[in-house]
Write a protein that binds this ligand. Structure first.
Ligand code: ADQ
Length: 483
């Protein structure tokens, strides 16, 4: 039976070693959920890194991990600490991530990291080639693996390969600055179907292919090496039912079942009559516009002092890539800004910003989503942004207002949100005011429209549409071969 091989940097598993015993638990992230049906269908396979470096492995541990991983229909790619430093922390996170998010001044080019990136991509490709059989499909995920499509295609031109980029694809003017621009494009063109979150990223990619590789592009198709490659947009959704039903259960919760965070939120809502909560949730990343958001919030407090002591910004930031200097500086800047604003505006009974720098369990995310009157999501650049969609899914009473950056891919599908330019503090401040004062009927009208759209295009639908399109592209390819 034909199978689909999914390839991503990390396997959808958490492996923990304790006293020479291993514990393997499935990940609960959106991607794992969305791809579950594709992965578990027939003898589907997932190829990726298990999170443990070669240096940490003894032969016994390796056997145990391999058995546990195989049971979960996964195959692990072994990476050394050096691989990880150059391929992941180096080339992926210090080069591609800033380049693709328009931060060229942060983009470092280190030839050693590039060499390791190539060799690690080859390790992933070799693992796929070990397991692929005639009639299988391959679906490669994200910017850590841009060269894998061509590496697999070179050995198995008969196999149909899909690639999906989870981050933006930058405009040609940005992409052209990069020394290895040609190699990256050629790597991606090993795929038969190349997917992006939005039409704009698709357009940017096609323009780079046309101008850097001087190739013929007709509409969204590229003819290359006797193949037709299709480029299309597939906006990724969330596991809508999971968020909606968690919010419904949350509503029915008895006092004794509530989390500490929820109890504190309730307490504050009761004590501070009429106080409204503005929520932001993101990874601590310079693309998420965290300092801009805090400065815009301060501007709001100054411009509209009547809201002082009547609102609070709850800002949740998940630690991320903290060994990269730009992330360390961002953390420091955020700490200082929050400290300064809280120092300046707090009263005996009110602190304007509650700031949490940690990952929280799912239950607490639901506490925050369901207790917040406004979600303030202001990335300066974001492939999609799933937090915006999660907020919408949890608003089961159809109230609450989403203030969303137009630089997030999600904004294309979320027109009923209050869309803002994250660099325009005045516009953000005015939108916060508009959100706080929005009549319930208007909140409902906007939220209903958002919910209809976000629930229809769930992460499962995203995965199945991509796979259907991949099957179509492959059929066309077969026809050309037969001719
Ligand atoms: P990310 O940059 O990680 O993803 P996002 O899409 O917002 O950004 O997803 C973050 C996920 O982490 C959400 O599901 C959220 O619930 C969870 N999360 C955030 N803060 C948390 C916290 N404090 N505790 C626990 N969980 C938390 C990349 C791209 C995005 C793109 C996705 C999917 O950068 O643009 O939308 O991939 O393609």
């Amino acid at each position: 039976m034909n199978k689909t091989i999914i390839v991503s940097n990390r396997l959808p598993l958490q492996v923990r070693i304790e006293n020479d015993q291993i514990e393997v638990t499935p990940s609960v992230g959106g991607l794992a959920t969305g791809l579950k049906s594709v992965h578990t269908e027939g003898n589907g396979l997932w190829v990726g890194w298990c999170g443990i470096t070669e240096e940490e492995l003894t032969p016994e541990l390796e056997t145990k991990i391999s058995e546990a991983v195989t049971k979960a229909q996964c195959v692990s790619v072994n990476l050394t600490q050096r691989d990880l430093d150059h391929y992941y922390y180096g080339f992926s996170n210090r080069t591609l991530w800033p380049l693709f998010h328009y931060f060229i001044e942060y983009t470092e080019y280190n030839p050693e990291s590039w060499d390791v990136y190539k060799s690690v991509n080859q390790k992933f490709a070799d693992k796929v080639l070990e397991h692929v059989e005639e009639g299988d499909n391959i679906w490669i995920q994200d910017y850590q693996l841009l060269l894998v499509p061509a590496m697999v295609k070179a050995k198995r031109p008969d196999i149909s390969i899909g690639f999906f980029n989870h981050i933006p694809f930058p405009s040609y003017e940005i992409f052209r600055t990069f020394p290895k621009r040609k190699e990256l494009l050629e790597g991606m063109l090993g795929a038969d179907l190349i997917g992006f979150h939005t039409y704009d990223y698709e357009r940017h990619f096609l323009s780079s292919v046309k101008r850097i590789l001087s190739m013929d592009v007709s509409f969204n198709k590229i003819t290359y090496q006797n193949r037709i490659i299709k480029v299309d947009s597939f906006p990724m959704g969330i596991d809508y039912e999971k968020f909606e039903s968690a919010a419904l259960d949350h509503d029915k919760m008895a006092e004794s079942e509530k989390s500490e965070i929820q109890k504190r939120l309730d307490q504050h809502l009761q004590n501070e009559e009429g106080i409204k909560m503005i929520l932001s949730i993101d990874r601590m990343d310079y693309t998420k516009g965290i300092p801009n958001r805090i400065k815009a919030f301060e501007y709001f407090l100054r411009k509209y002092p009547q809201f002082q002591e009547k609102i609070r910004l709850i800002m949740l930031a998940v630690p991320s890539r903290s060994q990269v200097p730009q992330y360390q500086r961002l953390k420091q800047e955020t700490d200082e800004l929050v400290g300064r604003i809280n120092g300046e505006y707090s009263t005996v009974s009110w602190t304007p910003i509650w700031y949490f720098y940690r990952a929280l369990p799912f239950e607490n995310l639901i506490d925050l989503y369901t207790s917040s009157d406004v979600a303030l999501i202001t990335p300066v650049r974001d492939g999609m942004n799933l937090v915006a969609k999660e907020y919408v899914a949890t608003r089961t009473r159809q109230d609450g207002v989403l203030v969303l950056s137009e630089m997030a891919g999600a904004s294309i599908e979320m027109n009923e949100a209050l869309l803002i330019n994250p660099f325009n503090f005045e516009e953000i401040a005015d939108s916060i005011k508009q959100a706080l004062e929005m009549p319930k009927a208007e909140q409902k009208q906007r939220m209903q429209a958002l919910q209809n759209r976000v629930s229809r295009y769930s992460v499962k639908k995203w995965a199945s549409e991509f796979m259907n399109s991949l099957n179509q592209v492959h059929k066309v390819y077969n026809v050309i071969e037969a001719e």
